[in-house]
Design a protein around this ligand. Structure first.
Ligand code: TRP
Length: 436
């Protein structure tokens, strides 16, 4: 490590915006709305909230405690609490997992660059469904277009990470996240006031509990993990830059509340518009890039610009959190300068991203292996290290800020039980369900 003091996020607001920025991303805008539709509307939202509360949030706290109490990157943090054991190898899982995710995530982030430029230049006006879905197909089948947008997206990501914690990640997220909230509110209002939007609102709100089965619960938990950025060190690394007076409970709860609220808002931004246009809500992953442009073609020029700008901002505030996991390792453990580390990471992610951009099979493989293997192992190890390897008193002190956290002392026994038992067992069951 260099002789300089390690940087930190200057204020509580910045920490929460950075963590919320990591959490809120393509997972909220792109995946959540269509999963809600597929798995029983409001019933799925209830299951999702329960899974987040009882399994995802305890893991979030655990990662946060590891990061904040040690002030180190993933590798260094686990090494300090379990010195001389093999647990620190979790650091490699986090590095590899975050590396793979940021690479394919940047391909999708690149699509939003493409669509933003398109909505700023030609717009979508007057396009039919065929023409609008044609845009997506021709974009993804072009060789150079996804590579150019990938380069732009990864370039912005690396630039922000390269500027450091306060002047890069902190500054970017604290300016962009409030803007993102404003923009999504505008789209929700526009979407819910379209003629025929009522059916979409009903689709989201009517609970259909008959659709809640094993796979639906596994999907809810998987989505909760992805959405809260768990298992690959993002929360741990960001928390390592928290000042000592900050509190892991407050920041964790606020992040989860913002994240869930945003996912629900995104559903209300998208589904009513889909129904109003008489289109299929179950289009799945292509919904945002194929179905929505059609709807936008009837909405004038401004809404598509706001929409794709929102996706782009949400995606960048997430991708920087993944690259930071690796940057922190290279800076803290390998003594590299931040600039050199981010240049190297840009090049490496670009290579894997480019492979994902040209091959759907590589893309799906990266998606599958990261969410079903790396994130699950990572989250499991974090629960074991915090729940079984760290001293209970140390964890309690961190959780309650040495006994000063209001109410934290009272809920600690519940969280402790969730971290030790419910989360690890839940993760194993879900991981097996998903892999079968
Ligand atoms: N949570 C982000 C989203 O919803 C994506 C993300 C950021 C992520 N960091 C992560 C997903 C770490 C898994 C693991 O889009």
């Amino acid at each position: 490590m260099s002789g300089k003091a390690r940087e930190n996020f200057g204020s509580r607001f910045t920490v929460v915006m950075a963590l919320a920025g990591s959490a809120i991303g393509l997972g909220n805008i792109w995946r959540f709305p269509y999963m809600v539709g597929e798995h029983g509307g409001a019933a799925f939202i209830i299951v999702y909230v329960l899974c987040s509360l009882f399994i995802a949030l305890p893991i979030f706290f655990s990662e946060s405690i590891l990061g904040k109490s040690t002030g180190k990157d993933t590798f260094g943090a686990i090494e300090s609490v379990t010195p001389g054991t093999k647990w620190k190898n979790e650091g490699y899982i986090a590095l590899l997992g975050s590396f793979i995710i940021v690479s394919y995530y940047s391909v999708v982030g690149g699509w939003s660059v493409d669509f933003l430029v398109r909505s700023l230049t030609t717009g979508f006006a007057g396009e039919s469904l065929e023409e609008a879905s044609g845009i997506f197909t021709s974009m993804t089948s072009s060789v150079w277009e996804p590579l150019v947008t990938l380069t732009v997206f990864l370039g912005i990501t690396a630039y922000i990470v390269g500027r450091g914690i306060e002047k890069g990640i902190g500054l970017f997220t604290k300016v962009m996240m409030p803007l993102l909230f404003l923009m999504i509110v505008v789209i929700v209002i526009r979407s819910c006031t379209l003629p025929g939007a009522g059916k979409g609102i009903e689709y989201l709100l009517k609970p259909d509990f008959s659709k809640i089965d094993g796979p639906a619960i596994a999907a809810a938990l998987g989505q909760g993990f992805f959405s809260l950025s768990l298992g690959v060190g993002c929360v741990l690394t960001y928390s390592s830059y928290m000042r000592k007076e900050e509190n892991v409970v407050d920041t964790g709860v606020w992040t989860a509340v913002f994240d869930t609220f945003f996912a629900i808002m995104a559903s209300f931004a998208i589904m009513p518009a889909v129904f109003a246009a008489g289109l299929e809500p179950s289009a799945g992953p292509s919904l945002v890039y194929e179905t929505l442009p059609v709807i936008f073609s009837k909405m004038g020029r401004v809404v598509p610009i706001i929409f794709f700008l929102s996706i782009l901002i949400a995606a960048i505030t997430s991708s920087i959190s993944m690259m930071e996991v690796q940057a922190a390792y290279l800076v803290d453990q390998k003594g590299m300068s931040r600039k050199k580390a981010t240049t190297l990471l840009f090049c490496a992610s670009w290579i894997v991203g480019a492979l994902c951009a040209v091959s759907t099979r590589i893309f799906s493989f990266c998606d599958f292996i990261s969410s079903n293997v790396f994130m699950m192992i990572g989250a499991f190890v974090v629960a074991i290290v915090v729940g079984w390897k760290m001293k209970k008193s140390v964890v309690r002190n961190e959780f309650t800020n040495n006994g000063t956290g209001k109410g934290a002392g009272a809920v600690f026994p519940v969280v402790w039980f969730l971290v030790r038992w419910v989360a690890p067992i839940g993760i194993v069951i879900i991981a097996i369900t998903n892999l079968l």
